[in-house]
Design a protein around this ligand. Sequence first.
Ligand code: NAI
Ligand code: MG
Length: 482
Amino acid sequence: MTTFDYAPALESRTIVTIDPQYGHFINGSFTKGSNHFASINPSDETVLSHIALGSAQDIDTAVDAARVAYESVWSKLSGKERGKYLYRIARILQERAREFAVLESLDNGKPIRESRDVDVPLAAAHFFYHAGWADKLDYAGMGNSPRPHGVAGQIIPWNFPILMLSWKIAPALAAGNTVVLKPAETTSLTALLFAQVCQQAELPAGVVNIVTGDGSTGAALVEHPGIDKIAFTGSTEVGKAIARAIAPTKKKATLELGGKAANIVFEDAPIDETVEGIVNGIFFNQGHVCCAGSRLLLQEDVAEEVLSKLKVRMAKIRVGDPLDKNTDLGAINSSEQLLKIRDLSKSGDDEGAERWSPPCAVPEKGFWFPPTIFTGVTQAHRIAREEIFGPVLSVLTFRTPQEAIEKANNTPYGLSAGIWSEKGSRILWAAGQLKAGVIWANTFNKFDPASPFGGYKESGWGREGGRHGLTAYLKDAESNNE
Ligand code: NAI
Ligand code: MG
């Protein structure tokens, strides 16, 4: 059989201009910043720019700016006026979509196909959606004239940098809060480009402030007495530290943490569609997804067929240059994350699970891990319990629907789950039993700004998105949710 290789189809990077060095965005303009560190391209380890390490002093200046902007401007504007700014930001994100997509793929390592078709359009959609809410808060059953908290401190991870920024900033601004946001240390560049969008939209100075840095910068933000509300997305470990830090204070918090989602395939599932859904569930964004379908639960009767079709499909996954439009699986975001994926995969080998990857050549430079599945996994294995946050799928089997539910819920997490079945009654029955905040049926990893997102147990507190997510940015509105 003749096969034809794809020629590379590289997206041009000339559309982005990256400065050699960035400061923080405070009170509407860029500071010089200090203690700069390199931000690299994880696909080839080249240095893209140098980012400032925010100090407690930088956080203090930013929180002051946000407070002044809140009191003097933003809290005085009508919802309709706030909405106009959000619409403007949304439109600029659309106009500059290619620039954002290329920059995101350079800095994060994700395929351009995903940054172009998922991250950036969804980020704009979040601003459009929340722009529409800004003037309707008084009429949505969220209490009598709901009020914003004031200044929100927001900390985001590296897996969806511009998208997580929009999940945080859009509802905060729509509800009338001002913000200080800290991007993740490996992926700050699109947040800094977003700061330029705020300038372009003529957003009043101080309404959005962006302070770059690492965990110490994030901790200074959490501890700052001028913060009224914390919104965090990241690891469960840091989420717990934040919960401890704010426990003695009046600060409100939403925490969106890890996951170990079960993707359950019943014997009557449409197999070909299911295989696509499994691939999308775990290999989307290199598996750097808190709601990834990282535990595949197969009913025994169909396990063999699903696995053999899955292997054929996995052999077609194209691993390589994130800027190549043919690429399905890009680079692992950092050397630290690669080490973690390798370490957990090795524990899978050591504990007796069986590893399989298709033959796949990866580039020499950069951080890479092939699409991988482990079969023969038991519930006690680390790879069945811990979040790997990489392109690694753990496969378990079950005999009865009840056993599937028990295995699915046997996890400290509870963020998402997937159900594959042609029977509506089985889908509804299973969805009712699963302890997960988001449940997909016959699909996976679908997101919409109108849909609340969040978890049970160690997956976090509160919801983001939709009406539920908005209430977290309004005083006393949460209790009116039911
Ligand atoms: P992390 O939780 O350390 O980092 C997330 C954000 O929190 C970053 O902006 C970081 O600078 C900040 N941060 C770190 N320590 C902080 C502190 N003490 N106070 C305030 N902010 C702090 O996550 P990391 O180290 O990048 O990844 C470790 C693991 O966490 C991953 O392997 C993955 O399993 C999980 N993770 C889950 C995410 C999710 O979306 N649920 C996102 C990122 C990581
Ligand atoms: Mg960390």
